[in-house]
Design a protein. Structure first.
Length: 187
């Protein structure tokens, strides 16, 4: 019986260690998945940033083409006298083009920084999951030690006989006139 309690304690300890290891392995898998997700987030933010940079380049090209048209129209003498002078039209084109270009560049920067911030949060979450896995592993080892300790305690209580003497009966016959404890002539 004592050995059975000890064997059960060992089985419980091994189970506790395995459970802790499994939880730690699961946490490590989740942490790696979060790291991959962070890499993907960075990649997506770079991709979106490049889209905005292309928009900025397209806007710059459109502004330069518009200014070239103004120059060509002014050089050919085809300027509308009511539209203003060629320099004023160029400044207006630069104003609109520069605003659109700057907005596209700002959007590219915002998207890139948002992606980096999101990736940073995902990496932080991966660290937290790893720490939880380490804690689960330690908890498994602690549970194993507890199970072994309880098993050894149970073993010691059932395997070692008690050293105290069995209690003696405290019954003492009471002498009364109705029930005498000795009879005359009887030893």
């Amino acid at each position: 019986m004592a050995w059975a309690a000890l064997a059960m304690a060992v089985v419980s300890a091994v189970s506790s260690v395995q459970k802790g290891r499994a939880a730690a392995a699961q946490a490590e898998g989740q942490a790696r998945a979060l790291e991959v997700k962070a890499d993907w987030t960075r990649f997506e933010s770079r991709q979106k940033s490049l889209e905005y940079k292309k928009r900025a380049a397209d806007e710059l090209e459109a502004t330069l083409i518009y200014q070239s048209r103004i120059n060509a129209a002014a050089g050919a003498g085809l300027m509308d006298p009511f539209s203003g002078n060629p320099m004023g039209l160029k400044i207006q084109a630069l104003d609109v083009g520069a605003t659109n270009f700057a907005m596209a560049e700002t959007n590219a920067t915002i998207v890139r920084k948002q992606g980096l911030a999101q990736a940073g949060m995902e990496l932080n979450q991966a660290q937290q999951v790893r720490k939880a896995g380490q804690s689960a592993r330690r908890s498994g080892y602690f549970g194993a030690l507890t199970a072994i300790g309880q098993g050894l305690m149970g073993y010691s209580q059932t395997a070692i006989p008690s050293t105290s003497t069995p209690p003696t009966s405290s019954f003492q016959p009471v002498s009364s006139p109705m029930y005498p404890t000795s009879y005359p002539g009887y030893k």
